[in-house]
Design a protein around this ligand. Sequence first.
Ligand SMILES: CC(C)(COP(=O)(O)OP(=O)(O)OC[C@H]1O[C@@H](n2cnc3c(N)ncnc32)[C@H](O)[C@@H]1OP(=O)(O)O)[C@@H](O)C(=O)NCCC(=O)NCCS
Length: 153
Amino acid sequence: MKEDIVVSLAWEEDMRDIWEWRNHPDIRKNFFNTAVVPWDEHQRWFERKISDSRCRIYIARRGEEKVGVIRFEAEGDGAQVSVHLNPACMGQGLGSRVIRAGTEQFLKEIGAITVIARIIKGNLASVKAFAKAGYRRFSEDKDVLTYRYPDDF
Ligand SMILES: CC(C)(COP(=O)(O)OP(=O)(O)OC[C@H]1O[C@@H](n2cnc3c(N)ncnc32)[C@H](O)[C@@H]1OP(=O)(O)O)[C@@H](O)C(=O)NCCC(=O)NCCS
C-alpha cells in the first residue's frame, strides 16, 4: 500500500532542505528564475514568506522522509501555487500527490478560493502532475500554461 503524503507548515528547520532542493540543476531548470539562489538571499526570502499571512509554505512528508515543498501565495480572491520535490524523490509520481495534499490543506485553511499554477511550456512532468492532482488548463500564452483548481470555479 502507498504511504500517505502528509503536509505541514514549513519552519526554520526546513529552510536548508528547501534551499538545497531549489538549487539542484534538475529542479531550477524548470523555474522562471533558473539562477542559483545564494544562502543569504534564501534566508531573507524564507523568513519573509513564513511570516506573511498571505503565504503558506508546506513541507510534504512520506513517513519521516521529506519529499517536497509546495507554496501558495494568496492574491485577491485567488492564490498562486509553486511546487518542487526533493530531487531524490523525482520520477516516482509523487508530484501529483504533493500537489493534491497541499492544495486541499491550503483551501481548508484559507477558505474556498481558486488556485492558479503557471507552468513553463515544455515542463511536461509538471503539466501531468497538476492535471493528475485535479487542476485543469485555463489559459495559455506563448511560453506559459495556466492551470486552475478547482476546475468548476
Ligand atoms: C513537477 C514535479 C513536481 C513533478 O514531479 P514527479 O511526480 O516526480 O514527476 P514524474 O517524473 O513522476 O512525472 C509526472 C508524469 O509526467 C510524465 N513525464 C515526466 N517527464 C516527461 C516528459 N519529458 N515527457 C512526457 N511525460 C513526462 C511522467 O511519466 C509521469 O506520468 P504519469 O503520471 O502518467 O506516470 C517535479 O518534476 C519537480 O519538482 N520539478 C522541478 C520543479 C518544477 O518543475 N515545478 C513546477 C513548476 S510549475
